[in-house]
Design a protein around this ligand. Structure first.
Ligand code: NI
Length: 174
């Protein structure tokens, strides 16, 4: 396995629409494993392929707490089959928007269909943090970031901060 570089916003590579995988083969499995390792090492609870510069519709999530056993879920081509009318507010963050957080409203409960690690079609119905996290990661596959769900003012503020941090980092590395 390998730890991949995580792309930091703003970056056009985070705005792409990812392409469905034809089959979960060895190459997709390796991407899933590398993404999980990358996510765990960055202490994240979810990661989508575009965040590591890959254009395939692949996400990984693991919302287990620090003192719980890991519960990694690997999904290719995730698709929402149903979402509840009931909503849930969660203060979201993102490995591509370090140290930035905002409250986002999403459906509380979802049913999602996807291809698993063995290329088998699976369905999962879930709610709470896991449902929020899956929806957040699925958004990445369509070029949508959590800041796209908040007010334009808040979004501009966050993106400006990230841009500034990037410039500073570039200067320090020059
Ligand atoms: Ni994210």
């Amino acid at each position: 396995m390998a730890i991949l570089d995580i792309i930091i916003a703003p970056d056009p590579r985070l705005k792409i629409t990812a392409k469905p995988v034809k089959k979960v083969d060895a190459s997709v499995r390796r991407l899933m494993d590398d993404m999980l390792e990358t996510m765990h090492s960055a202490r994240g609870i979810g990661l989508a392929a575009p965040q590591v510069g890959d254009k395939r519709r692949v996400i990984v999530v693991d919302v287990a707490g620090e003192d719980e056993a890991p519960n990694p879920i690997r999904m290719a081509n995730p698709e929402l089959l149903w979402t509840s009318d009931e909503e849930r507010v969660h203060e979201e963050g993102c490995l591509s928007l370090p140290e930035q957080y905002a409250e986002v409203v999403r459906p509380d409960r979802i049913r999602v269909r996807y291809l698993d690690y063995r290329n088998e079609i699976r369905e999962l119905e879930t709610d709470g943090v896991l449902a929020t996290c899956i929806q957040h990661e699925m958004d990445h596959l369509d070029g949508v970031l959590f800041v796209d769900h908040v007010s334009a003012l808040k979004r501009r503020m966050i993106l400006r901060k990230l841009q500034k941090a990037k410039k500073l980092a570039a200067l320090e590395n020059a």
